[in-house]
Design a protein around this ligand. Structure first.
Ligand code: UD1
Ligand code: MG
Length: 429
C-alpha cells in the first residue's frame, strides 16, 4: 500500500456534450470515476482526486460512496492542463501513480504492472494504428526519450504509433522537483504533465515504457466511447457471472448492473435487464423482463415482466405483463397482466389476470395486505388501503373497497341483464 495515487478529473470533458460531468457518466450502473476509485483503493490508502469543472458536484457524489479520499481543486485559469492539475499535490509515499478519471476499464493487474520495479518513471504506452488525438512517444532502446503532443508534432512525429496512454508512476521526489518548473510554452498554452519526461531525460533518469492494453487504457471522451466501454465492461462482467454458474441465453442481449449480485443457479433469458443492486438467488428471468433494485429468490419472472425497486419475491411465479413495485410476495402466483404495488401477499395466494392494486389516490400511496391462500379472480381492483385475511375468495370483476375477513367471499357485480333478440330490433333486420 506504500503508493500514492492522484486521479485527474478536472478536465471539462466537452466532447461528451453533456451537462453531467464526464466522470459521473455511468458504465454498468456505476459512475466512471467510481470504477477508477474501486481499483485505486485496492492498491493505495492515499488517493487524491483533482477537480475543477463542476468540482462540488463530483466531490459530493464521491463522498457519498467513499471515505478517506482527498480532493484537490485545480486553478484551471492560472494553471490549465494536466501539469497544472498536479500543482500543489502532496503525496504521502515515495511513488505516485497518476490516473485519469475517465478510464473505467483499468484493472488492478495492469496498475500493479505499472507500479512495479525501480525505474524513475514508468509510463503507459499503447500501440495504435491510428494514433490521432494522443501524445506521441519517442522510444529508443526501450527508454522513453520524448513525448510530443499532437498539436506540437512535426509531420514525421505524427506517424509515430506508440502513444501516451496518460498514466504514469513517478518517484514522488521527481514530481516535487519537476512540477514547479513546468511552463506553458506550447501550442495549447497549457502546463503539460508530459514535460516531466523531458526533464527526466535531461537528468538521465530511467523512463520505462510499459505497454498496456488499448481496451483498458483508452479514455472515454464521447458518448460513443462511453457506449463502447460499457459493451466491454458488460462482456467482462457477464463472463465472470457465467463462470460462477449463471446461465445466460444470448448474453450479448442482456444488461447487468455491476452492483447486482447472484447466488445459486440463476437463468437469464435473452433481452433481460438487471438494474441497480438487485439480488438473484435461483431466479429464472424470462425473455425481455426488467428487474430494478429487487430481490428474487427461487422465483420466475416473465417473459416481459417488470419488477421494480424494493420488491422481494420468494418462491413466486410472475408471468407476462405483470408489474410489481415495492412489494413482498412469498409463495404467490400472478400469471398475467397485473399491477401489484405497495403490497404484501402471503403463501398460496393467486392473483388473476387484470388485477390491479389501486395504491395511489393522486396524493398518497397506500398498502394492500393479502393473507394466505387468497384467490383473487380476474379483473379485480383492490382499492388500498385494504387488508384481505387468509382463505378468502374475491370474485372476478370485483372492485374491493372493504377489508375481508378470513374464510369469506367478496363479490361486487352489477346484475346481468339479457334482452332477447335485441340485436335484430336495434338494427331493424
Ligand atoms: C493527455 C496527454 C497525452 C496523452 C493523453 C491520453 C498531456 C499534456 N497530454 O492528453 O500525451 O496521449 O492524455 O489520454 O498530458 N485534466 C485535468 N486538468 C486539466 C486538463 C486535464 O485534471 O487542466 C484531466 C482530465 O480530466 C483527464 C486527464 O487529465 O482525466 C487527461 O486530460 P485530457 O484533456 O484528456 O488529456 P490530453 O491533453 O488530451
Ligand atoms: Mg485534452
Amino acid at each position: 500500500m506504500s503508493i500514492s495515487i492522484v486521479v485527474l478529473a478536472a478536465g471539462k470533458g466537452s466532447r461528451m456534450k453533456s451537462g453531467t460531468p464526464k466522470v459521473l457518466h455511468e458504465i454498468s450502473g456505476k459512475a466512471m470515476i467510481f470504477h477508477t476509485l474501486d481499483v485505486a483503493q485496492k492498491i493505495s490508502d492515499d488517493i487524491t482526486v483533482v477537480l475543477s469543472y463542476q468540482a462540488q458536484r463530483i466531490q459530493e457524489a464521491i463522498e457519498k460512496e467513499y471515505k478517506n479520499i482527498h480532493f484537490h481543486k485545480q486553478d484551471t485559469q492560472t494553471f490549465p492542463g494536466t501539469g497544472g492539475a498536479m500543482k500543489g499535490i502532496e503525496s504521502r509515499y515515495t511513488k505516485t501513480l497518476i490516473l485519469n478519471g475517465d478510464m473505467p476499464l483499468i484493472t488492478q493487474e495492469s496498475l500493479q504492472e505499472l507500479t512495479h520495479g525501480d525505474a524513475d518513471i514508468n509510463m503507459s504506452i499503447i500501440k495504435l494504428n491510428n494514433p490521432s488525438g494522443y501524445g506521441r512517444v519517442i522510444i529508443e532502446q526501450n527508454r522513453v526519450q520524448e513525448i510530443v503532443e499532437e498539436k506540437d508534432c512535426s509531420a514525421e512525429q505524427k506517424i509515430t504509433k506508440t502513444v501516451n496512454a496518460g498514466i504514469y508512476c513517478v518517484q514522488t521526489e521527481l514530481l516535487n522537483r519537476y512540477i514547479p518548473l513546468l511552463s506553458n510554452n506550447n501550442a495549447q498554452k497549457e502546463y503539460y504533465l508530459t514535460d516531466i519526461v523531458k526533464m527526466g531525460v535531461d537528468e538521465n533518469q530511467t523512463i520505462l515504457p510499459i505497454y498496456v492494453k488499448e481496451e483498458e487504457f483508452k479514455g472515454v471522451n464521447s458518448k460513443l466511447d462511453l457506449a463502447t466501454a460499457e459493451v466491454i465492461h458488460q462482456k467482462r462482467l457477464k463472463e465472470q457471472l457465467m463462470l460462477l454458474g449463471v446461465t445466460m441465453r444470448f448474453p450479448d442481449t442482456i444488461y447487468i448492473d455491476c452492483r447486482a449480485t447472484f447466488e445459486g443457479e440463476s437463468i437469464l433469458e435473452s433481452g433481460v435487464s438487471i438494474q441497480g443492486a438487485s439480488h438473484l438467488n435461483n431466479a429464472h428471468i424470462k425473455t425481455n423482463s426488467v428487474i430494478e433494485d429487487a430481490t428474487i429468490e427461487n422465483s420466475d419472472v416473465g417473459p416481459m415482466g417488470r419488477i421494480r425497486p424494493k420488491t422481494h419475491l420468494k418462491d413466486t411465479h410472475i408471468g407476462n405483463f405483470v408489474e410489481v413495485k415495492k412489494s413482498t410476495l412469498t409463495g404467490v402466483k400472478a400469471g398475467h397482466l397485473a399491477y401489484i404495488g405497495d403490497a404484501t401477499i402471503d403463501k398460496g395466494s393467486n392473483i388473476g389476470a387484470g388485477v390491479i392494486t389501486c395504491n395511489y389516490d393522486g396524493k398518497n400511496k397506500y398498502k394492500t395486505t393479502i393473507g394466505k391462500n387468497v384467490f383473487v379472480g380476474s379483473d379485480v381492483q383492490l382499492v388500498a388501503p385494504i387488508t384481505i385475511e387468509d382463505d378468502v375468495i374475491i370474485a372476478a370483476g370485483t372492485t374491493l373497497t372493504k377489508n375481508v375477513k378470513q374464510g369469506d367471499l367478496a363479490i361486487s357485480r352489477t346484475p346481468l341483464k339479457i334482452v332477447s333478440n335485441f340485436f335484430y330490433k336495434f338494427f331493424k333486420k
